[in-house]
Design a protein around this ligand. Structure first.
Ligand SMILES: Nc1ncnc2c1ncn2[C@@H]1O[C@H](COP(=O)(O)OP(=O)(O)OP(=O)(O)O)[C@@H](O)[C@H]1O
Ligand SMILES: [Mg+2]
Length: 394
């Protein structure tokens, strides 16, 4: 129910305005104030959706009311009522942030449409503000999810490369064992690039059957194969202006490799069954846990594609090769997991950390993260050496 404040020293006029508003919509709630000071007091005490104010008034005039009110309520729409002598002032009020003005005596239709427009605008601004706040919170959450923790030499080196290459369009190939953080590195590169306003589109090449990968990457036109009921955009098109992340690229079939190679060489794609060439502006990041050199030797990976992808090579070492990061990672995951799940955060005793640092982490950081989660659920606080020995079989 919109709340409207009318500030007007001539009570005859303010009553007419009130009646017009209530005739228009019984749901309007209309308050009256007889001068600028009373108006400002009411604005600070109530949540109005619209203020309609006369310009010439005793105590404080309408311009002062406008300026002072907007300081605390920048989104509050103002409609100014101007008499004969102050059209110029009314125009000036718009520069100062008023939504609109109407002249005395107000034309009924124009007055009501101005009121409706002002109220609509207020709704839009409020929605927009809520979305922006939500968006920011979401972004913060995502950023936190992809925070890269660790002070080891290896990781500092990776951070340096990320900072250097992020805002270029250079293709990056990330290699490393399972769970070492390749995906995280890809996210960091995208987030630190100016492509971050667009999406990072992930494709898990290992999970898509080879006969579908072409359509997945490049899209298809209706009827091009059984099951193609309508035109479909591929991931390359979806990533236009952003980044595509070809994960597990070493698992792609040779025929799919040939098609990706062509897309990279020409910067253009063609939907399956289509004949139109579509230009796409996409930054490519690829990752694999395979040794691609070996795959090339054994004829499973195209060497020309390798060189296209590996302009910049980032090798993420396994956790056993950077044990000094373990302590920081344990703390980080304890906090992150407790925030995500609502479980209380726990400390880890020195002895607990010590044996975690000695374990053989074949599953790398993902495995360590799972262990921390298990300890938040099963361990004491602080988590002791015994907790770890009891619940982590090594
Ligand atoms: N340096 C790090 N700091 C914080 N979290 C990390 C770090 N490295 C990896 N992680 C976390 O560990 C988990 C595994 O990382 P990620 O998925 O990036 O590994 P991956 O190399 O892509 O693994 P896979 O080869 O199995 O796909 C994720 O939850 C990720 O957020
Ligand atoms: Mg991964």
């Amino acid at each position: 129910m919109p709340r409207i404040l009318v500030i007007e020293d001539e009570s005859a006029i303010s009553n007419v305005i009130k009646n017009i508003l209530l005739d228009e919509d019984k749901d309007y709630e209309v308050d009256l104030a007889a001068d600028g000071e009373e108006g400002l007091a009411k604005i600070s005490e109530n949540d109005y959706d619209l203020v309609i104010t006369d310009i010439k008034m005793p105590k404080k005039d309408g311009v002062q009311v406008l300026v002072e009110a907007l300081e605390n309520n920048p989104d509050l729409p103002f409609v100014m009522i101007s008499g004969h002598g102050d059209i110029e002032t009314a125009v000036d009020c718009i520069k100062k942030g008023a939504f609109d003005y109407i002249s005395k005596p107000p034309d009924l239709n124009r007055f009501l449409s101005t009121v409706r427009n002002a109220l609509d605008k207020k709704v839009l601004i409020t929605q927009n503000r809520e979305l922006t706040t939500e968006n920011k919170a979401l972004k913060r959450k995502v950023a936190k999810q992809y925070e890269m923790v660790g002070e080891s030499k290896a990781l500092s080196g990776i951070r340096e490369i990320i900072d250097k290459v992020a805002d270029t369009d250079a293709r990056v190939l990330i290699t490393g064992p399972n769970g070492s953080g390749k995906e995280l590195v890809a996210h960091q590169i995208h987030e630190k690039s100016s492509r971050n306003r667009r999406s990072l589109v992930e494709v898990n090449c290992a999970a898509i059957p080879s006969e579908l990968i072409e359509s997945e990457l490049f899209g298809h036109v209706k009827g091009s194969f059984t099951g193609a009921y309508k035109d479909k955009e591929g991931k390359f098109e979806l990533a236009d202006g952003g980044t595509i992340f070809l994960d597990e690229v070493g698992d792609m079939s040779l025929s799919a490799q040939a098609k990706v190679l062509r897309a990279l060489q020409e910067g253009k794609i063609t939907r399956v069954g289509g004949d139109k060439e579509i230009k796409v502006d996409v930054r490519v990041i690829a990752a694999t846990n395979k040794n691609l050199r070996k795959e090339i030797k054994e004829g499973r990976f195209r060497e020309d594609l390798y060189h296209r992808l590996a302009v910049i090579l980032i090798e993420v070492p396994g956790l056993n090769d950077r044990r000094e990061d373990i302590e920081n990672l344990v703390r980080h995951f304890a906090i992150q997991l407790s925030e995500n799940s609502g479980m209380p955060v726990k400390e880890f005793s020195k002895e607990a950390i010590k044996i975690l640092k000695e374990y053989d982490w074949t599953g790398n950081i993902r495995e360590l993260r799972n262990v921390v989660e298990r300890m938040l659920i099963l361990g004491g606080n602080p988590v002791s050496k015994e907790d770890i020995e009891n619940f982590v079989k090594k």
